[in-house]
Design a protein around this ligand. Structure first.
Ligand code: FES
Length: 527
């Protein structure tokens, strides 16, 4: 088969790739991961690239290589610039390390705690005797080149060969992270005897090479909810071959062991206070309850808060507006990387919606107020930001800096997309509240988990109705609590047993099957 040279700019990387491969494949081969929200089906428009010599715009996933070529991949098409959250509750929860005793003949006994996220893989190297973290590394999950969300990964894994691609990609990623951790902490990978893996149910299944097709169709059942212990000698993970790899119990098809780990790390299962944990993501996970009873649900929020389906949306990469605030006649923006604004990410989107509501530019239904009315009530500098996009009103957040750029704005359609995402999460929370028979005011703590949660402005989240109406002081960020939970399960037998009990105790609620779902969802669309 013919091969061609592909040069990728501005990195200057060059790869040789076979005829008929896509530019997306070439970029992946060069280690450049692109945004592939639609899984390479050519429908999301997030993998734009520009071909030399005349900057022809193409979708990398649809661009077949038939000659040598040079392409520029702009920052907004790149996944790797997304910030990765690696901090969690490290050290805040008391644990009694005892699993190291299984390896008491060894001198140095290290462990690996891995949070296998759909988007990000976070690995921690742990001293098994003390339970202390020695180093933390994170990387984007290389499976993203096969699709951004679990649904597209499940669809991709339709054949054994493709499922093996996904498995190999994630194993390679964990091994790379392990290598980095060992170099940082100056230990050998042979000193790693135990690994603990948590993740959503699809990620756990792919890691364990279990079938995933049934997770993609109703009733979305897991092949296995159980914990698994694998001999390291039979596994491709590069740790001591005498070691053990432990995967944690899942709760249901769409609520996995990462949620178990979050509950464990936050101590929610022992708390007297009624607590709500929300992990906002494409597939948002929520847990509500206190020590006596816990309910969990997943909400198909879709990728709007990750920038997909939003005209100027992107993930949290350089150039993305991450915060918006109205000060007098001005709209103040925080842009990641302190560069010129090129897009808007999830936290910026939530802020922008809150600002539009505060200024009366949109109403509770999400509709733009009539232009004449806005002209009367808004100061000129704000009114001048009301523009038109495809015959619909839109709000300009940042003007284009030159003729080759476009402004960053929110259109009426973007507001509708955001409403759908926020309604999915809020409806899920409301349905769990109905199960428990509690009102908003009864929720004593809201814990925002996961990478996105840490960047959300709680006041904006409350303003747009993403979260129940409680005082902002009840909202706390818990960072990467899944990783902290994995660390506990790695080193401590009691935590390991507790995780199993939790997975069985947490009652999974299939929100779409609740009789009131349609009404609750419709109500949750309102800001
Ligand atoms: S359009 Fe290329 S990945 Fe979606």
């Amino acid at each position: 088969m013919k091969h061609f040279n592909v040069i990728l700019k501005p990195d200057g990387k060059q790869v040789s790739i076979h005829e008929g491969a896509t530019l997306l494949d070439a970029a992946a081969q060069a280690g450049i991961i692109l945004n592939t929200v639609c899984g390479g089906r050519g429908t999301c428009g997030k993998c734009l690239a520009y071909l030399e010599p005349d900057a022809t715009q193409v979708l990398a996933c649809q661009c077949r290589i038939g000659s040598d070529l040079t392409a520029t991949i702009p920052p907004e098409s790149r996944f790797f610039e997304q910030r990765i959250l690696t901090e969690g509750l490290d050290g805040r929860h008391e644990i009694q390390p005892d699993i190291y005793r299984d390896y008491s003949q060894a001198e140095a006994i290290c462990g690996l705690a891995v949070d296998l996220g759909t988007t990000t893989v976070v690995a921690k190297l742990i001293d098994m005797r003390t339970g202390r973290g020695l180093a933390t590394e994170a990387a984007l999950n290389p499976q993203t080149r096969f699709g951004d969300d679990v649904v597209s990964r499940i669809a991709y894994a339709e054949t054994g060969e493709k499922a093996a691609d996904l498995h190999k990609a994630v194993v390679g990623c964990i091994n790379d992270l392990t290598g980095k951790l060992c170099r940082t902490a100056a230990v050998s990978s042979k000193d790693i005897y135990e690994a603990c893996i948590v993740g959503n149910t699809t990620m756990s299944h792919i890691f364990l090479e279990l079938p995933v097709a049934q997770l993609g169709r109703a009733p979305y059942e897991a092949f296995s909810l159980e914990a698994h212990d694998l001999s390291a000698g039979d596994s491709p993970l590069q740790i001591n071959s005498a070691g053990n790899i432990h995967t944690v119990e899942n709760i249901a098809g769409f609520v996995g062991s990462d949620t178990v780990a979050v509950v464990l790390a936050t101590g929610m299962d022992c708390a007297e206070e009624t607590t709500l944990i929300v992990d906002v993501g494409t597939n948002g996970e929520i847990v509500l309850g206190a020590k006596d009873k816990l309910y969990a649900a997943s909400c198909a929020a879709g990728p709007a808060f990750e920038g997909a389906r939003i005209t100027c949306g992107s993930r949290a990469a350089d150039g993305a507006i991450e915060a918006v605030v109205a000060i007098g006649d001005e709209i103040d923006l925080d842009v990641i990387g302190n560069s010129a604004p090129r897009s808007i990410c999830g936290s910026g989107l939530i802020d922008a919606l809150a600002v539009l509501l505060d200024l009366g530019i949109i109403d509770r239904t999400g509709r733009f107020t009539e232009r004449l009315e806005l002209k009367e009530k808004l100061p000129d500098p704000i009114f001048s930001r009301i523009i038109e996009y495809q015959g619909q009103p839109a709000f300009s957040l940042a003007a284009a800096e030159n003729a080759n750029e476009r402004p960053v704005f929110l259109s009426q359609k973007d507001i509708r997309e955001s409403q759908l995402a926020k309604a999915a999460i809020r409806a899920g929370i409301r349905l769990l509240q109905q199960k428990m028979g509690i009102e908003d005011r009864d929720i004593e703590r809201i814990l925002l988990a996961g990478a996105f949660g840490n960047y959300i402005n709680p006041r904006s989240a409350l303003r747009i109705g993403l979260l129940p109406e409680v005082g902002a002081e009840r909202i706390h960020f818990v960072g990467n609590a899944a990783s902290a939970g994995a660390q506990m399960i790695l080193v401590c037998r009691r935590s390991r047993n507790q995780a199993g009990e939790l997975a069985r105790k947490i009652e999974y609620v299939e929100t779409a099957h609740q009789g009131s779902f349609q009404d609750v969802f419709a109500d949750s669309l309102l800001f």
